[in-house]
Design a protein around this ligand. Structure first.
Ligand code: HEC
Length: 411
């Protein structure tokens, strides 16, 4: 795993001396050229060079990466932008990668994509609104986007705090959009009618990740690197936090079962967990394979949790009623990196983020059969999250690395 220092590193970047040199072990992999020194200086303050030298991107994706990093706080002068893109495209040309695996099946899917109005947005999570429109978080662009798919019109709501890293999002009954300020340790509320933002600090939970309302209107959230689960009472702004018993577990995706019990995945451990809503006591459940890394989870009408096993390339299931587990190798293979996942009408849908192009995967739990669809024309660029559209006929998807959002319509 690549080292990543989030908000702290971004703050530190601003105070680093101009001549900061890197002792990154991969520095020798940067080909000579006028931009080499600029990469060493400006691209090593927040993460390892591994992100760059082992990246596998086409020219459009490299250009988007550079815009994303500038949005995140990398300091490049305007005259360095194009030479930087050219240097990265030339030095690290796209490799064949893990191929998309086509599997035929019973349904038809058409994917419609929209290019985002802000370069380098990194759309992280999508939200299907009840009126048929969609919202999304721009993790690097630091805004909440809104798209009306009928007209193709976008609205951009810049966060009050710059470089907030909006990550997950959800909606309350009044139509306000709530999101996690992943880089700045807060939960934000956007009233899309007025454009007004309100921020609620999350204290020791530095990097709030995924938000979800319970039936009483309490907002629950995971905080990945802080290793916590929290709850925010929107009426009072009161925040309560619970530390996950396993160290460095990285609490990640979350779902409620039909009884209102909150489940989450521990993405750096082979574990799921649930939290007692009153005592905030956390109960962990071990998954059978110790190499499993459950990234996101989805739940179906039978209270079965579906797991994207990112590290092994599997689709897993865990039955909350009796603890039964089962798993299936994902069509794209062990390196396919299953990621964004949801259920719709008894079918499981998820993305293979590390096939070229990404595979949108359909799995029917009754027949235990897969079907796959290439995420084209953009390639998908890692669909980190997806959810059913309001009419239940399709899925909204955020295509993080290619600056697009999409709707997959299922026939
Ligand atoms: C201010 C901090 C910061 C600086 C400086 C920075 N990056 Fe990043 N970079 C990030 C963050 C944050 C991520 C995404 C982390 C995550 O996975 O959530 C990222 C991810 C990436 C990725 C992977 C793309 C992706 O979508 O995950 C690439 C490639 C990358 N950076 C290249 C660069 C290059 C090239 C530079 C120099 C021009 C640079 N970075 C400078 C913060 C930074």
């Amino acid at each position: 795993m690549t080292k990543l220092i989030f908000a702290a590193a971004i703050a530190a970047a601003a105070v680093l001396p101009a001549a900061a040199q890197t002792n990154d072990p991969d520095v020798g992999k940067l080909p000579a050229g006028p931009m080499k020194a600029v990469v060493e200086q400006n691209c090593t303050t927040c993460h390892e060079l591994g992100r760059i030298v082992y990246g596998n991107y086409n020219a459009a994706e490299w250009a988007n990466n550079v815009h994303m990093m500038m949005n995140a706080g990398a300091s490049l002068t305007p005259d360095q932008v194009q030479p930087m893109i050219d240097y990265l495209v030339k030095s690290f040309p796209e490799k064949p990668g893990n191929p998309f695996k086509a599997v035929a099946g019973p349904v038809k899917v058409s994917i419609k994509e929209w290019e985002l109005p802000v370069p380098g947005s990194r759309p992280h999570d999508p939200l299907a609104a009840p009126d048929g429109t969609m919202f999304y978080t721009a993790h690097m662009g630091s805004y909440i986007g809104h798209l009306d798919p009928k007209t193709g019109k976008f609205d951009v709501f810049k966060t009050k705090t710059p470089i907030s890293g909006p990550h997950g999002l959800t909606m309350d009954k009044e139509g306000n959009v709530w999101y996690t300020g992943n880089f700045k340790g807060y939960i934000g509320k956007l009233n899309p009618k007025t454009g007004q933002f309100t921020e609620y600090k999350t204290g020791a939970a530095r990097d709030p990740h995924t938000p979800l309302f319970d039936k009483n209107g309490i907002l629950w959230f995971t905080s990945q690197n802080s290793n916590m689960v929290g709850r925010l009472d929107p009426k009072t702004g009161d925040v309560k936090l619970a530390v996950v018993p396993t160290e460095k577990a990285a609490p990640y995706g979350m779902v409620f079962d039909s009884k209102g019990k909150l489940w989450f995945s521990e993405w750096q451990k082979p574990k799921l967990a649930w939290i007692d809503e009153k005592t905030m006591e956390i109960h962990e459940v071990n998954l059978p394979n110790t190499a499993t890394r459950p990234r996101r989870i989805a739940i179906d009408a039978n209270d079965v949790i579906w797991i994207s096993d990112y590290s092994r390339g599997y689709l897993g299931m865990y039955d909350t009623k009796n603890g039964a587990t089962k798993e299936w190798a994902s069509p794209g293979g062990p390196k396919s990196q299953p990621y964004g996942i949801t259920t719709l009408n008894g079918i499981v849908w998820y993305d293979e983020g590390n096939t070229k192009p990404n595979g949108l995967v359909r799995f029917d739990p009754k027949s235990e059969k897969f079907q796959t669809f290439p995420v084209l024309p953009s390639g998908g660029g890692v669909v980190r999250n997806m959810m059913p559209t309001a009419d239940g006929k399709g899925l909204v998807m955020a295509e993080s690395g290619v600056n697009h959002v999409a709707i997959a319509t299922i026939q």
